[in-house]
Design a protein around this ligand. Structure first.
Ligand SMILES: [Zn+2]
Length: 113
């Protein structure tokens, strides 16, 4: 008898593995966009409606949260590369769960989802 669930898992795992190469330029951490006033009284930001955008990537490095300023021209690239890292982590988690389920099935044990 064919194990349909197992086939589905293997298909999904294969697809996830093949998708990882496209994420090779991923960046860790979180992307933050802040809006602020610069403090100059005659600036467009003074009325609080057209604030300046400021971009940052925050990364946990050796247990410490480091924040890096990102210039506006690199902001969209940084945002999408941080997003790639999230997709990578989600894929890794799913692959790990599939493998755990398959591994534990060999013990003849039911695995809770
Ligand atoms: Zn300003």
């Amino acid at each position: 008898m064919v194990d349909m669930l197992g086939d589905h898992d293997l298909d999904l795992r294969g697809r996830l593995i093949r998708s990882l190469g496209a994420l090779r330029e991923m960046l860790p951490g979180s992307f933050v966009e802040r809006h602020r006033k610069c403090g100059k009284p005659n600036c467009r930001c003074a009325d609080g409606k057209q604030l300046h955008s400021e971009f940052q990537v925050s990364v946990l490095l050796e247990g410490k949260l480091k924040t890096f300023h990102i210039p506006a021209e690199l902001a969209e690239e940084a945002r999408s590369k941080v997003e790639m890292h999230k997709r990578f982590q989600e894929a890794a988690a799913t692959i790990g769960h599939i493998n755990l389920r398959r591994f534990l099935q060999r013990k003849g044990k039911k695995v809770k989802r």
